[in-house]
Write a protein that binds this ligand. Structure first.
Ligand code: C2E
Ligand code: MG
Ligand code: MG
Length: 430
């Protein structure tokens, strides 16, 4: 019997004994002992097996009498039945992370075991959980673990409502062309204000999808569903062409403005991405310097050669490159130095604290200094009030973006006055 079969068997038995109050949630917690493969080479297999055994005991103690079972040499799965809410699965996962953290004794040495967790939850429809249902839960917990790894987070949770969206995602995948034709998909543009001149100099294109059955779907959810399928390439093709066309139309009305588009890490591995920008620039007759491609810190820090080649091809064409959500990922200074960037976007989690937290103020000021030291333009995201905007101007930040300046709106709703009036004086747009 394999580890997986043993777990699924045990899980079904456990579910039958779980309280049947009709509202209980079941969670599959998949723990990965990340540095054990490396320790194999340092300490030997026998010592690592002993470490994994102790880790299993710690997990079992942390979550009580739940079904706990090793999966291979480096993973532990546990099924937690009878939880009263999804949030309890998160608490249990944190308890496991805390239990695994203290050092382990190994041949007179103290060794640390690095753990990462993926969790999937569901509300069982019957007490008789089928093996297929448990298998599906394990598959989703593996996907959550993969997501945690990609985001450099210790924990990721795939809650049931998200998997509903994943199911809906299959429909979306099939429906994309129709959605584009029927204008269910559009771009909203958020203005960026130059803090020195008080002018709106650019706008960020943000994806909006209003599904006829599901209503508006947050763009990061759409992107997450699309990543890893050809949907991301089809969506990006549409986003780039639409953003460049609408920017070119605004410019033809005498509005001197640039546009930023968001790209996902997957786009950087697409060998056709640079050609897409080249074609789109030629079709819409837009100067490449007014187009900015935004990438998240995690995407550009993954360091794949293909990604760097794509960034360099875009740069060579004259398209500018921005690092989005700066401060939330893991930046290596060496990589920052080597990337052909033009802009850093300070994440809103830092911006929003500067008027009341001195540490946030110092961090944002250091980020601005770092950006300027590298010859980059610095944008602050999430500017919601005038006091924050004043602080940013004093700190020498170049551009501000956020609800104070303007909410994202479709191009046709863009107040023309905002784009043409050259004496804006940092007034909010809306
Ligand atoms: P992002 O690129 O960092 O975009 C900024 C997000 O912050 C947007 O959320 C925007 O509506 C929101 N925001 C702007 N100002 C404020 C503010 O003052 N306060 C607060 N609380 N929020 C503000 P949105 O539109 O939901 O987009 C979320 C993320 O989805 C984006 O984050 C971006 O990573 C991704 N995304 C959006 N459109 C696309 C796209 O076309 N392609 C790709 N790959 N990703 C996209
Ligand atoms: Mg962005
Ligand atoms: Mg951002």
């Amino acid at each position: 019997m394999s580890d997986r079969d043993r777990l699924l068997d045990h899980a079904s038995a456990l579910l039958e004994r779980a309280p049947d109050d009709g509202s209980s949630v079941v969670a599959m917690v998949l723990v990965e002992l990340e540095n054990l493969p490396t320790l194999d080479g340092v300490l030997g297999h026998a010592a690592v097996d002993a470490l994994a055994g102790e880790a299993l005991q710690r997990v079992t103690r942390a979550v009580g009498a739940a079904a706990t079972c090793p999966i291979g040499r480096y993973q532990i799965a546990c099924l937690l039945p009878g939880l009263s809410a999804d949030a309890h699965a998160r608490l249990a996962a944190h308890r496991i992370l805390r239990a695994l953290a203290p050092p382990y004794a190994c041949d007179g040495r103290r060794v640390m075991v690095a753990a990462r967790i993926g969790v999937a939850t569901r509300t069982p429809d019957t007490r008789q959980a089928s093996t297929a249902q448990m298998d599906e839960l394990l598959r989703r917990a593996s996907a959550a673990l993969h997501e945690a790894r990609n985001r450099f987070d210790p924990l990721a949770i795939d809650e049931e409502h998200r998997s509903d969206l994943l199911l809906a995602g299959v429909d979306l995948w099939a429906e994309l062309d129709h959605a584009i034709e029927e204008s269910e998909v559009h771009l909203a543009y958020q203005p960026q204000l130059c803090l020195r001149s008080g002018r709106i100099v650019s706008m960020e294109a943000l994806l909006r999808w209003t599904h006829p059955r599901l209503g508006p779907i947050a763009p990061d959810r759409v992107i997450r569903l699309a990543e890893g399928t050809d949907l991301i390439f089809r969506l990006t093709r549409w986003v780039v062409h639409t953003a460049l066309r609408e920017c070119a139309e605004a410019r033809s009305r005498g509005i001197e403005i640039g546009v930023s588009v968001n790209l996902s890490a997957y786009n950087l591995r697409d060998p056709d991405l640079a050609a897409l920008f080249e074609q789109s620039l030629a079709i819409w007759g837009l100067p490449p310097g007014c187009v900015m491609a935004e990438l998240t810190e995690t995407a550009v820090m993954q360091g794949q050669a293909a990604s760097l080649a794509t960034l360099e091809a875009l740069k060579e064409m004259g398209v500018r490159l921005s690092m989005d959500d700066f401060g939330t990922g893991y930046s290596s200074m060496a990589r920052l130095r080597d990337l052909p960037l033009d802009e850093l976007k300070v994440d809103m989690s830092f911006t929003r604290g500067i008027s009341h937290a001195s540490t946030h103020h110092r961090i944002v000021s250091s980020m601005i200094g770092l950006g300027h030291g590298m010859g980059l333009q610095v944008v602050a995201e999430g500017v919601e009030d005038a006091v924050t905007c004043d602080h940013l101007r004093e700190m020498g930040c170049d551009l501000a973006q956020g609800y104070l300046i303007g909410h994202p709106v479709p191009m046709c709703e863009y107040p023309e006055r905002l784009l043409t009036d050259r004496d804006l004086d940092q007034r909010p747009c809306q």
